[in-house]
Design a protein around this ligand. Structure first.
Ligand SMILES: C[S@@+](CC[C@H](N)C(=O)[O-])C[C@H]1O[C@@H](n2cnc3c(N)ncnc32)[C@H](O)[C@@H]1O
Length: 282
């Protein structure tokens, strides 16, 4: 009886068609590839292939999770970002393509400026996607990353190891800069939570950690505190790059002027043409 059940096979294409209209075809193919442990090209090349009952069950449960709002990155356990593969978990934000601008600007600055062994700090590192992508492309710097979530830091450390950057970045559990005594930094990058309670209602982000997203009634509570604390931690010449929501462009400039009155502020647009990064220099 058991062997008869094991030998039952299910037509993969028929299974996929059961869900057509509920999820995009490309996503269904990815979920099947995940359940079947086959790459996506294999799925495309073998539409009529038969799969086992247990693979079909795994696929069905992945579809149910996806329909309940889990993103593909969480189901797969990783996200590609800046050409690298970053492990993610429900304790980390899923890296977003618009954040790559922080990496590009940092690398540009490192190559143009004459700083020897720049001290670089990433505040709210999450999966470590920003600082590790920079470290992968620029060896001659000292890297520190903080996060309030120990679970996120564990993922970041695993990502460092997998990218061949073990011990390259000092990861510290810290509420903003509290644990960083007397250190100064030439470059500070931060993609801290910046959403308002209203923006948090967006369904596509409902499975991502609140601690990675929400920041007070105007979304700037963390940046306000960070800028306050940073005044003690900046080198003579510095650059700060902060990711924001386009709607915060005026408020963030006022906040920066209040904390760093002599600083120069530039707003940078992401690929979609939205103001996304604030560049602060002196
Ligand atoms: C928007 S996520 C960004 C993660 C990552 N840097 C990225 O770009 O994908 C914000 C991160 O800030 C962390 N965080 C929130 N509050 C913090 C605090 N008070 N001090 C340090 N990190 C904090 C969260 O745990 C989360 O990992």
């Amino acid at each position: 009886m058991a062997s008869r059940q094991n030998s039952t096979k299910i037509n993969a294409r028929e299974l996929l068609s059961k869900y057509s209209g509920k999820l995009p075809a490309a996503e269904l193919d990815q979920l099947l590839s995940l359940a079947w442990h086959k790459n996506i090209e294999y799925i495309y090349k073998h539409p009529e292939f038969k799969i086992s009952v247990s693979t079909a069950k795994t696929f069905n449960s992945l579809v149910v999770k996806r329909l309940a709002g889990w993103s593909l990155a969480y189901l797969k356990g990783y996200k590609e970002f800046f050409g690298y593969k970053f492990l993610v978990s429900p304790h980390t934000l899923i890296p977003r393509p618009e954040s790559e601008l922080i990496i590009e600007e940092t690398l540009k600055y490192l190559k143009q400026s004459k700083i020897k062994r720049a001290n670089i700090l990433d505040v709210g590192t999450g999966s470590g996607c920003l600082i590790l992508s920079i470290a992968k492309n620029y060896a001659e710097a000292q890297y520190t990353a903080v996060d309030i979530s120990i679970k996120a830091l564990r993922i970041a450390k695993t990502n460092a190891r997998k990218l061949g950057l073990k011990n390259k970045v000092k990861f510290i559990k810290s509420n903003l800069l509290k644990k960083l005594k007397d250190q100064t930094f030439d470059i500070v990058i931060a993609n801290l939570p910046y959403l308002t309670p209203q923006q948090l209602k967006e369904p596509s982000i409902k499975k991502e950690p609140r601690v990675a997203l929400l920041a007070g009634s105007d979304g700037l509570s963390y940046y306000r505190k960070l800028l306050e604390q940073l005044t003690e931690h900046l080198s003579k010449k510095y650059i700060i790059l902060l990711e924001i929501d386009p709607s915060q462009k005026e408020l963030i400039q006022e906040t920066i002027k209040a904390k760093l009155p002599k600083a120069k502020i530039k707003l940078l647009k992401d690929l979609a043409g939205h103001i996304r990064i604030v560049k602060i220099t002196n």
